[in-house]
Design a protein around this ligand. Structure first.
Ligand SMILES: [Fe+2]
Ligand SMILES: [Fe+2]
Length: 275
């Protein structure tokens, strides 16, 4: 009988080789997953930080050093399930991404925004758009998040919902006093009082204002909760029926339905894959 058929027990395993001091000094050991006692192969796993996360930061200079680490027998790159993240079901639904992938702050922000929209008596398309509007920040990328988010959900929601999510990117910067929307105080805190949005967003906002769905997107910005309130409890399950009616969950699971955006959902399932 070979060893592989016996029960695996933690043993006096050999520790992986010492990381170079230069990597430790640079704080890059955050990108290493040390072998777990119960891991099958006892390898150290390197997470290569994605370019979008490290461009313009000192960490971008260490790509070569991280690559060199993979030459060691006890070290490989992270592929597939990262044990630091909850395992996703084989056919993940929208709910699974909210509960198993999104951080507490963006998740709560989305749920609170949808909750306020519902309390304000708004229609289901607006509430759905509020529930999804910052989904890209929650799971993918912050820059251009309105565009990323709209793209991710477009195959599964009404066109008006995807449009509203996309256009909130531009509209949130521009006041519409006629409906009580003023430039958010939070943006003065975030960007400073002198920040001016780029011209392309100004043009986008002006065009959106002429569109027949303008108010749907404007209502997303009006119900956007610009300050995170940890005391307001909002659960995804409170929107289960709404999601059932307004989000076409693919039978194969998000990420596996062969849609033009499936890769975006897979990136959130396995965000640390090397390639
Ligand atoms: Fe947003
Ligand atoms: Fe938001």
């Amino acid at each position: 009988m070979s060893d592989s058929t016996t029960t695996r027990q933690p043993t006096n395993r050999v520790l992986p080789h010492e990381l170079p001091a230069s990597l430790r000094d640079a704080g890059l050991d955050n990108w290493f997953r040390e072998p777990l006692d119960d891991a099958i192969d006892r390898k150290r796993r390197i997470i290569m930080p994605p370019a979008a996360a490290v461009m313009g930061t000192p960490a971008s200079a260490y790509q070569g050093a991280l690559l060199a680490e993979a030459h060691h027998d006890d070290t490989i790159f992270m592929m597939g399930d990262n044990p630091a993240l909850p395992k996703m079901p084989d056919r993940p639904t929208l709910r699974d991404f909210y509960l198993l992938r999104f951080g507490k702050i963006p998740r709560t922000h989305l749920l609170q925004s949808a909750r306020v929209a519902r309390e304000n008596g708004l229609g289901e398309k607006v509430i759905m758009a509020c529930l999804l509007h910052d989904i890209a920040i929650a799971g993918l990328l912050s820059a251009n998040h309105g565009y990323w988010g709209a793209q991710m959900v477009r195959p599964y929601v009404d066109d008006e919902v995807a449009w509203a999510i996309e256009k909130h990117e531009a509209l949130r910067y521009f006041a519409d006093e006629s409906v009580g929307y003023t430039y958010p105080q939070a943006y003065i805190d975030y960007f400073g009082p002198d920040y001016r949005p780029p011209d392309y967003l100004r043009r986008e906002a002006e065009a959106a204002r002429q569109h027949r769905w303008y108010m749907t997107s404007r209502l997303v910005t009006i119900n956007d909760i610009y300050s995170f309130d940890a005391n307001v409890v909002a659960e995804f399950d409170a929107f289960e029926d709404l999601v059932g009616r307004n989000f076409r969950q693919p039978e194969e699971g998000l990420g596996f339905d062969g849609s033009p955006v499936a890769h975006m959902w897979r990136t959130m399932i396995w965000p640390n894959n090397f390639l």
